[in-house]
Design a protein around this ligand. Sequence first.
Ligand SMILES: [Fe+2]
Length: 257
Amino acid sequence: MKILAIGDITGIGGVKHLESNLWRIRDREHIDLTIVNVENAGFITGPSPDTAERVLAAGADVLTGGNHTLRNKAIYSYLDSEPRVLRPLNFGPEAPGEGYTIVNINGYRVMVVSAMGNVHIEPCLDSPFDHIERALRREEGRYDIALLDIHAEATGEKMAVAYAFDGRISAVFGTHTHVQTADEQILPGGTGYISDLGMCGETMGILGMEPESVVKRMRTHLPIRFEPAQGKPRADGVIITVDERSRKTTEIKRISF
Ligand SMILES: [Fe+2]
């Protein structure tokens, strides 16, 4: 099974970029399942229902979340009704929506989990380790392959989560920092791993934002509004090949388009 995972969409430019390119890349790479992190698709807020629908129509099967997902209240009732769109599972029980879903891909039940770290990131949620463990136990026997988007700031935390579930989750990919890391690897137990997928949006900027406004805010500490970056959009991610019988990753490679 070939899985394409794409890093944080950073605004409407990233959505349009996927609308223009994702199906072509899926066909070219023979992708069976595409996962896209959309926590910034509303530009420093989560997606609206309309934006989420556009990304799904563009060729995504499951959308994962992060710290900005629930900033857009317009998505709350949509999250309750659309199981393909996730928010991190370690939000409290009052949060709308779900933190994981199970989709049928070529006859295999694939559990996709969206979780958030709690080191140097707001909001500081409950331990991702415990929530992931509970979700895996709750769904034991109901899934064949599990995949995890760990949305976190600290590389060490993402790696610790990956090692904690090595061999039980087929692939763990980090999101949130918007910069693709070059550490894609297969852990000893067979879990494919990368610390950060990168981003999907305009690239002439700072993590998807126009540089002048970011620099000004950092220098003055005044509440200056960020603007979207300019330039050619790009989508970063990985293609993961999972052997359905062993549930292990056999290949993980970076991709940008
Ligand atoms: Fe984030």
